[in-house]
Design a protein around this ligand. Structure first.
Ligand code: ATP
Ligand code: MG
Length: 421
């Protein structure tokens, strides 16, 4: 894409009321716009990142056997009364229309998915299965000061699994731990993200959160480096201040953000809706459930918090809006040819074809954070080489075209399971 065609622009300053690093950088770089506290628009660059995150999650959920659906946001009050959450959920947005009918704006979808699958499940032969969606959630968050880490309207992947008994659910639940680890690894935050033991509430011993270490977080976790797992604040005392795996007491305390979680729901939502099946003996049994969430905007914002530096955003190759930022300083046919060649090879290129000073173009390129910058200038044309800069390390080298393609291929293989880079 030609940068001259991009309708958005970078900005010198973020809005004065924005305190979070993720939102400040994303607004300045032209990735998001703030409509009101906790409510953001994704602009062309930001949406490309969000869609890449979505696609990585989609691949992993499909591999785990999940079937994608899309459920509505506008949800009848009656469904929420069935579980009691119409009255107990503090952050529920309630809307009424001119006919007096009341609805919830979905903060989560157990109240919708359970009556939905009830229509299709009658026998043990119909189980197990899992269904998931990418969908906007609405929550009246009191603290909306963390930029896109805590939205009042935000995109979530929510998956629900349905099983004949707890043993079957637990097998799937264990598998999802690995699936989630893959997701965060592929997004460049694997090393700083910890499987975290959390209290399971009244119906199971543990739930598990995936917590990424960053000062921007609102949570505190206690990490066992030996086991690469953590415990959250609410259960650390129940754990006798020890690692639940090796029982070691050498835990380090960190501030973190919850990027995902998995929960054994058991029969908490299937029971109120009478979601049941007939077992082999023809006996009616309640379906056992699990649920698995990831906040897409929260992951995006977390990547910014963890990897962003004083110059701006730094994208991992797998979720960068473009693979290459081609900065054209000479307005030459060479840049156009290179652009066409890269695009023909399937490389996503943002081509800065604007008539601006080199310094401005470089500063903007650093702010936008595409992993590889290629400069075409009078100097590079004369030498027959291209200047390549790696955004994350700042490393600069002069390479020929063949070497550039090799660099791009190796970016691909370092994150081997990503479709392209
Ligand atoms: P938190 O404790 O941070 O409020 P939660 O326990 O309410 O999170 P869930 O209801 O389990 O979160 O939602 C699943 C996932 O959705 C979370 O792990 C997080 O990644 C994301 N998420 C939750 N609330 C928000 C929000 N307000 N904005 C963006 N993402 C969110
Ligand atoms: Mg919450």
């Amino acid at each position: 894409m030609r940068q001259s065609q991009l309708f958005t622009k970078t900005r010198k300053d973020a809005p004065a009321d924005e305190v979070a690093k993720n939102a400040k950088l994303l607004i300045r770089a032209g990735f998001v716009d703030k409509l009101q506290a906790g409510v953001y628009t994704y602009l062309p660059l930001g949406l490309r990142v969000l869609k890449k995150i979505e696609n990585i999650i989609r691949e992993e959920m499909n591999n785990a056997g999940g079937q994608e659906i899309l459920m509505p946001s506008l949800q009848p009050k009656e469904n929420w009364q069935t579980t009691g959450r119409w009255d107990t959920m503090d952050d529920l947005y309630k809307v009424s229309d001119s006919s007096g009918r009341e609805n919830a704006l979905g903060p989560t979808h157990e109240e919708i998915v359970v009556p939905l699958v009830k229509q299709f499940v009658s026998s043990y032969r119909d189980l197990p299965f899992s269904a998931y969606q990418f969908q906007n959630k609405f929550r009246m968050e009191l603290r909306a000061k963390s930029g896109i880490l805590r939205g009042r309207e935000f995109m979530m992947k929510d998956m629900y699994s349905f099983h004949r008994d707890e043993a079957d659910m637990e097998v799937f639940y264990e598998k999802m731990k690995g699936v989630y680890a893959n997701v965060f690894e592929r997004m460049g935050i694997g090393a700083t993200t910890f499987l975290t033991f959390a209290s399971g509430g009244s119906f199971s011993k543990y739930s598990h959160e995936f917590q990424t270490v960053t000062p921007a977080g609102e949570d505190t976790i206690y990490i066992c480096d030996k086991c690469h797992i953590a415990v959250n604040k609410e259960i650390i005392e129940d754990q006798n201040n020890a690692c639940p795996k090796c029982h070691g007491k050498n835990l380090r305390t960190e501030t973190s953000v919850e990027v995902g979680n998995i929960f054994e729901l058991k029969t908490k939502y299937s029971a109120p809706f009478n979601l049941s099946y007939k077992d082999e003996e023809g006996k009616e049994q309640t379906v056992v459930m699990g649920c698995y969430g990831i906040g897409l905007g929260r992951v995006l914002g977390t990547v910014v918090e963890v990897l962003g530096d004083e110059k701006g955003l730094v994208w991992p190759a797998s979720i960068s809006p473009f693979n290459v930022h081609l900065v054209d300083l000479a307005n030459t046919i060479e840049a156009r040819q290179l652009y066409d060649e890269l695009v023909a090879a399937g490389v996503e290129v943002l081509w800065d074809d604007r008539d601006l000073r080199a310094g401005e173009k470089f500063a903007e390129s650093d702010l936008i954070g595409i992993p590889i910058r290629v400069v075409v200038s009078a100097k590079t044309i004369e030498s027959g080489k291209l200047e390549v800069k790696t955004r994350a390390t700042g490393e600069v080298s002069m390479v020929d075209r063949a070497e550039l393609f090799k660099i791009l291929e190796s970016a691909d293989s370092r994150l081997g399971r990503c479709s392209k880079f």
